[in-house]
Design a protein around this ligand. Structure first.
Ligand SMILES: Cc1ncc(COP(=O)(O)O)c(C=O)c1O
Length: 459
C-alpha cells in the first residue's frame, strides 16, 4: 500500500494549508504558515498590480541598475535616525545635501542647511514650516499679530501644499491658472500677498503638465511689491521633479539660489534623482533661514547632531542609493540620462501631435513630460479617459485628469518619461495610442459615460 503523504509535501504547490484555503484578510489568524506559502500569497496578490515600468502616470523611479539593487539589498536595515550607530550613513546624508546645495548655486554650500526626507511632501512641509516660523518671529519682534499666516501659490500646486496649509493652520492663497497664465508667473501677485504672507511657492515642474514656473519673474514681481509696500517676501521652490532636471538640461535657467529671494528648495530624490521611493531633500540657502528652534538634536559620535524631520525612524538605504547615483553618474551621467528621457518625451510629443484628435498642452517640454488635450469638437463618441482605459488593456497606465482652477473644464492626458522608458518602448506605446484611436473612432456610438475615469493619477 502506498503511504499517505500529507498535503504539506504535495507537489505541485498551491495545495498546502493557506493555499488551498483562504486565510482571513482583515483579521490576524491564530496559526502561522510556512514562509514560502505566505510569500507566495503576497507575491501573487502584488502580481495583480499594474506593471511599474509601464506606469507612465508616476514621476517616481521604477528602475535602478543591478549594482544599486544589490546595494539596496545590503542596506535596507539601516534606520536614518540612528546617526550614532550608522555614522557613515549620516555623513553621506550630509554630503548629499551639500552636493545639492552646490548644484543649486547656494553661495556657500558648507554654510547651507539641509536634510533628507521621505519625499517632497515632507520636504515641502519643512520648507513651509521654516517660512512660517521666520514670519512669526519677525511679526512678534515687530509687536504685530502673527495669528493669520497665508502662503501664496498657484492653483496647480501638488496636494502636499494643501496638506501643509491644512495641517499647520496656514491659509492657502491659490492663484488661479488660465489659458493666458498657465502657471504662476508673477502676474497679479500683488492682489494675493499681504503682510501675513509667509512666502510664495514656485513650482519647478508643475505636476499636471511639467511646466516650469518662472522663478526669476516671480521674484521680480516680489521686488516691485517690496518697492511699493516694503513687504519682503521669500520664495520656496518646489523642485520635486525639476530640481534634478534643470541643473542638467537647462543650466542657464535662473531658478535656484542664484535668485536672492529663494530661501529654500525641495526635491524628490525618488523622481528625477533616480532613486527608488521614498527619498526627498530640502536645502536652505544658508543656516540662518532655518530657525534654530525648529531643530532637534540626536546623539552622534559622543556629541549631538541637529535634525529637522517629521518622522523619527525612516529608511537610510535610499540615502546611500542617492550617493551611489552621484558617484556613478556624475554631472555628465545625470545630464545624459535626463537628456535621453527628454529626447524620448519630445519624440512622443511630436508623434502625438500628428494624431488628428490631439493638441499638445504646454509650449514644449521643460521636463520629460508630455501632456495633450483633445481638439475642441473632435468627437463626442470618446474622450481621453476612454483612451486611458483602452491603453490599460495593453498594460500602459496613462492618466487623464482635469486641470485645476480656472481651467477645470480642460482635460489633459499626461505621460512622464523616466529613466527606463526607452525609445523602443515609446514607439510601441505610440503604436498602441494610434491603434486605440482607430478603434475608438471606429465605434458605432459613444461609450457609456458611467465609470469612465481612470484612477491612475493622484495629484
Ligand atoms: C510639484 C510637486 N510637489 C510635491 C510632490 C510630492 O512629492 P512626493 O510624492 O515625493 O511626496 C509632487 C509629486 O508629484 C510634485 O509633483
Amino acid at each position: 500500500m502506498t503511504p499517505r503523504r500529507s498535503n504539506i509535501d504535495a507537489n505541485p504547490l498551491f495545495v498546502r494549508p493557506g493555499e488551498a484555503t483562504t486565510r482571513p484578510r482583515f483579521s490576524l489568524a491564530e496559526e502561522p504558515m510556512l514562509p514560502e506559502t505566505a510569500c507566495q500569497i503576497v507575491h501573487d496578490e502584488a502580481m495583480l498590480d499594474g506593471n511599474a515600468r509601464l506606469n507612465l502616470a508616476t514621476f517616481v523611479t521604477t528602475w535602478m541598475d543591478p549594482a544599486a539593487d544589490q546595494l539596496y539589498a545590503e542596506t535596507y536595515d539601516k534606520n536614518m535616525i540612528d546617526k550614532d550607530e550608522y555614522p557613515m550613513t549620516a555623513a553621506i546624508e550630509e554630503r548629499c545635501w551639500k552636493i545639492l546645495a552646490g548644484l543649486w548655486h547656494a553661495p556657500d554650500p558648507h554654510g547651507a542647511a539641509g536634510t533628507s526626507t521621505v519625499g517632497s511632501s515632507e520636504a515641502c512641509m519643512l520648507g513651509g514650516l521654516a517660512l512660517k516660523r521666520r514670519w512669526q518671529q519677525a511679526r512678534q519682534a515687530a509687536g504685530k499679530p502673527a495669528g493669520r499666516p497665508n502662503l501664496v501659490m498657484s492653483s496647480a500646486v501638488q496636494v502636499c501644499w494643501e496638506k501643509f496649509a491644512n495641517y499647520w493652520d496656514v491659509e492657502a492663497r491659490l492663484v488661479p491658472i488660465s489659458e493666458e497664465h498657465p502657471a504662476l508667473d508673477g502676474h497679479d501677485l500683488e492682489k494675493f500677498v499681504d503682510e501675513n504672507t509667509i512666502g510664495v511657492v514656485a513650482i519647478l515642474g508643475v505636476t499636471y503638465t511639467g511646466m516650469y514656473e518662472p522663478v526669476r519673474k516671480i521674484a521680480a514681481a516680489l521686488d516691485e511689491i517690496q518697492a511699493d509696500t516694503g513687504l519682503d517676501i521669500a520664495i520656496h521652490v518646489d523642485g520635486a521633479s525639476g530640481g534634478f532636471v534643470a541643473p542638467f538640461l537647462q543650466p542657464e535657467l535662473d531658478w535656484d539660489f542664484r535668485v536672492g529671494r529663494v530661501h529654500s528648495i525641495s526635491t524628490s530624490a525618488h523622481k528625477f534623482g533616480l532613486v527608488y521611493p521614498g527619498l526627498g531633500w530640502v536645502v536652505w540657502r544658508s543656516a540662518e533661514f532655518l530657525p534654530e528652534d525648529l531643530v532637534f538634536k540626536v546623539s552622534y559620535l559622543g556629541g549631538s547632531m541637529p535634525t529637522f524631520a517629521l518622522n523619527f525612524s525612516r529608511p537610510g538605504a535610499q540615502v546611500l542609493l542617492q550617493y551611489y547615483n552621484f558617484l556613478r553618474l556624475g554631472r555628465s551621467g545625470y545630464r545624459s540620462v535626463q537628456r535621453v528621457s527628454q529626447d524620448v518625451a519630445m519624440h512622443i510629443a511630436d508623434e502625438v501631435a500628428k494624431l488628428a484628435p490631439f493638441e499638445l498642452w504646454g509650449s514644449g517640454p521643460d521636463m520629460p513630460v508630455v501632456a495633450w488635450r483633445m481638439k475642441h469638437g473632435y468627437t463626442d463618441k470618446w474622450d481621453l479617459y476612454d483612451l486611458g482605459n483602452h491603453l490599460r488593456q495593453a498594460g500602459w497606465l496613462v492618466p487623464a485628469y482635469p486641470l485645476p482652477d480656472d481651467l477645470s473644464d480642460v482635460t489633459v492626458q499626461r505621460i512622464v518619461v523616466r529613466n527606463g522608458v526607452s525609445m523602443d518602448l515609446a514607439d510601441i506605446l505610440l503604436g498602441h495610442i494610434s491603434s486605440s484611436v482607430s478603434y475608438l473612432d471606429g465605434m458605432e456610438g459613444p461609450l457609456p459615460r458611467k465609470g469612465r475615469r481612470t484612477t491612475g493619477f493622484h495629484h
